[in-house]
Design a protein around this ligand. Structure first.
Ligand SMILES: NC(=O)C1=CN([C@@H]2O[C@H](COP(=O)(O)OP(=O)(O)OC[C@H]3O[C@@H](n4cnc5c(N)ncnc54)[C@H](OP(=O)(O)O)[C@@H]3O)[C@@H](O)[C@H]2O)C=CC1
Ligand SMILES: CC(=O)C(=O)O
Ligand SMILES: [Mg+2]
Length: 410
């Protein structure tokens, strides 16, 4: 075991085991408080909510509470390690919701693989929450589960591995492409992985200007090609090509996007790419190829990973706290394409406006305290403009509120 792994075990075990606990927000100091918090007083908000369900946002924690839900079928790049083993990651997402955006969350690990049962279980528990963050549920089931839940529920349902990842990749890609003098419409992109993260990233890259005919995708069996008679989301990305391996399609690639698993990319593959290649090796915790090995064969590369111990951390944690903050604050019924685009632009812009903007700074760092007051209002405005917000915010007051909130968080 490495010393980092040893330290991580000690960190998780120290004091109160795990990373989260519940906080009480009202005084429960005497009999009078008890009579308000519990019986008989609690009946009053119950009856008000029974009369008008929207009042749950005033009398309960619902409006600031998100569920982080997994079934453990695709935990990071560790694979199908099961619901319980995924709990440290879900607790990790919960602390990021809290530390970065002041959002409370329950992590919920469900021992269930049947997509329809998962939809029913999650739908049944939705009254508790203001939003649902699906996490580490494998493709292709994740697409169906999210779609069905979005159809059934009027609170935001967001599969972080799909859309959160896509947003941060989009922001990093816009900046990397500009920095290297490329036009996104002309870049050849090779994506390793054809799962939750990959499909959403590719759709977003097309949304911001990449062209489908320039995109080659590999899964664990090789290149997605017409010859393979694929179905579902994979079929949408199948190319009419005789190439079969990752190495075949890496020839002349401008961009490598890794959202697959550890060690999938070789140095020889990087050498097949164009000058100043863009190499996003995002598998967690172990990337497709370590940055120092990419750098050895491509010193001018723009490199990003999903990890906190290298520059350019492209990780969905850079956006999901702010998307949910904005969605909860505007009472948005969903997180839509306009909100996602606003988030891409805001993240890319924040990095560009920084003196550090360059090869090792294509996206802001996760601990940047400008994220909350800069990115969140842009997403909130997009929610209001696009008609999914139930509340109109005064933007000056909102900005001040976020600044004040941020001071208590990091
Ligand atoms: N940095 C970030 O913010 C994020 C990173 N990720 C990382 O992306 C990876 C995938 O996550 P996710 O999409 O949620 O998982 P999924 O299970 O939905 O998809 C995994 C995909 O990777 C493919 N794959 C597995 N092994 C290989 C291989 N040797 N060569 C090529 N493709 C391979 C699978 O192929 P097949 O379809 O054939 O099974 C599948 O298409 C993980 O490592 C995860 O940590 C994910 C989300 C966010
Ligand atoms: C970052 C993340 O969500 C993942 O690797 O699955
Ligand atoms: Mg994940």
């Amino acid at each position: 075991m490495s010393s980092l792994e040893q330290k991580a075990l000690e960190y998780h075990k120290a004091g109160s085991p795990g990373k989260v606990a519940i906080a009480v927000t009202k005084s429960v100091a005497n009999q009078d408080d008890l009579a308000l918090a519990y019986s008989p007083g609690v009946a009053a908000p119950c009856m008000e909510i029974a009369r008008d369900p929207a009042l749950a946002y005033e009398y309960t924690a619902k409006g600031n509470l998100v569920a982080v839900i997994t079934n453990g079928s695709a935990v990071l790049g560790l694979g199908n390690i099961g619901a319980l083993a995924g709990k440290p990651v879900m607790e990790g997402k919960s602390i990021l919701f809290k530390k970065f955006a002041g959002i409370d969350s329950f992590d919920i690990e469900l021992d269930e693989t049947d997509p329809d049962k998962l939809v029913d279980i999650i739908a049944a528990m939705h009254p508790t929450f203001g939003g649902i963050n699906l996490e580490d549920i494998k493709a292709p089931e994740c697409f169906y589960i999210e779609r069905k839940l979005r159809e059934r529920l009027s609170i935001p349902v967001f599969h972080d591995d799909q859309h959160g990842t896509a947003i941060v990749v989009g922001a990093g890609m816009l900046n990397a492409v500009e920095m290297t003098g490329r036009d996104i419409a002309n870049v050849k992109i090779v994506c390793s992985g054809a799962g939750a993260a990959a499909i959403a990233c590719l759709e977003l890259l097309v949304d911001i200007g990449a062209r489908r005919e320039n995109i080659f995708v590999c899964d664990s069996k090789g290149v997605l090609s017409k010859a393979r008679n694929l179905s579902g989301e994979k079929a949408d990305w199948a190319q009419d090509t005789s190439a079969t391996t990752l190495s075949d399609v890496m020839e002349g690639a401008d961009v490598f996007l890794g959202v697959s698993g550890p060690g999938v990319l070789s140095q020889a593959d990087v050498q097949r790419m164009t000058k100043q290649p863009i190499v996003f090796t995002l598998a967690n915790p172990e990337p497709e190829l370590r940055p120092e090995l990419v750098r050895e064969v491509a010193p001018d590369a723009i490199i990003a990973t999903g990890r906190s111990d290298y520059p350019n951390q492209i990780n969905n944690a850079l956006c999901f706290p702010y998307l949910f903050r904005a969605a909860l604050d505007t009472g948005a019924t969903t997180i839509n394409q306009e909100m996602k685009r606003a988030c891409v632009t805001a993240l890319a812009g924040l990095a560009r406006s920084d003196a550090r903007f360059g090869k090792d700074y294509v996206v802001p760092g996760l601990l940047d305290d400008r994220l909350l007051p800069t990115v969140t209002p842009k997403i909130a405005q997009a929610a209001m403009r696009s008609g999914v917000a139930r509340k109109e915010l005064d933007m000056t007051a909102y900005f001040e509120r976020l600044e004040a909130l941020g001071k208590h968080l990091l």
